[in-house]
Design a protein. Structure first.
Length: 299
């Protein structure tokens, strides 16, 4: 076990080593940037073209989408009404673009734990003027585990959608399989912003761009990568929604912070509480979501 300090643009990051794996984390942005096994391909995509700038989202690793997911107007009206109309609504909310405070670090032979906190209020976050406290907790050992705790300190209900926006590195999206999404209802958005619904049949492989939100997902989803001979297992017992996204070849050319040549090696499989499975947190109470990522070898 070892901890190093490194730089990503203007941000000081921590490189956490445990056994044969390492993880890069920027405390001020509460964002994992990279997760890798030594001498093997990245597990979470570490984007060499990412932009590191205050107020700008970083397309790499695991950004946090909170307190809404996607475009605000695509969310339920109760979530939209939590936003202050006098301030612009950033895509995927503001948590991934704001500075987090007070990171704590605890390291032992059993692993490394990091805790970050963020306060929201009419003064601190006028675009979302509600008093809450967030705690973002990472536990890193043989398994990467993440928890997001939300405490509603206000005197009214708060309604949120949220997601842990995982960018996974895969050998080729045309050959991977996904287990756990079969027979689920989904909502899909195309490049024109039009939505359609459907039911997922057996997931053999991807054949084109996908931007789907799944409902009532099981607590475990597995990415099966036969070329790199590994399974990536995502466990999220308190998240009832998942997002599958890949831009495909043509759309990848138009994306900010996205190397077009890697269009077939990057995919998002995110977990959270989205659309009608949003979280409503009562005054003076707490809630949470959590996720773990476990990688196993295939023969």
């Amino acid at each position: 076990m070892k901890i190093e300090k490194i730089q990503y643009g203007p941000y000081e990051a921590l490189r956490l080593h445990f056994l044969d794996r390492f993880l890069d984390y920027i405390p001020k942005r509460a964002q994992i940037i990279r997760y890798e096994s030594l001498k093997k391909p990245d597990i979470l995509w570490g984007n060499s073209k990412a932009t590191y700038q205050d107020g700008k989202a970083i397309r790499s690793g695991i950004p946090l989408c909170w307190p809404w997911f996607g475009h605000l107007k695509a969310n339920p009206s109760i979530v939209q009404n939590m936003h202050s109309i006098t301030h612009p609504a950033l895509s995927h909310g503001f948590a991934r673009c704001i500075e987090w405070k007070n990171h704590q670090l605890d390291a032992s032979k059993s692993g490394i734990i990091i805790i970050n906190s963020l306060q929201t209020s009419p003064t601190l976050t006028p675009e979302w003027p509600h008093e809450t406290e967030l705690k973002f907790i990472i536990c890193f050992n043989e398994i990467l585990s993440i928890q997001l705790h939300i405490e509603n300190k206000s005197n009214q209900d708060i309604a949120i959608t949220q997601a842990l926006h995982n960018y996974f590195h895969v050998s080729d999206i045309r050959n991977i399989h996904i287990h756990g999404l079969e027979n689920l209802t989904y909502t899909e958005q195309n490049a024109l912003g039009q939505q359609k619904s459907g039911i997922q049949k057996f997931f053999h492989h991807l054949t084109g761009p996908v931007d789907r939100i799944y409902s009532d997902v099981p607590s475990e989803i597995t990415i099966i990568d036969p070329i790199w001979k590994r399974n990536i297992i995502i466990r999220a017992p308190f998240s009832h929604s998942a997002v599958l996204w890949t831009p495909w070849k043509e759309q990848a050319k138009t994306l900010d912070q996205f190397p077009a040549s890697l269009w077939n090696q990057v995919m998002c499989l995110e977990v959270g509480t989205l659309l009608n499975q949003m979280q409503i947190i009562k005054p003076k109470t707490k809630d949470m979501i959590e996720m773990s990522i476990h990688v196993t070898e295939r023969q």
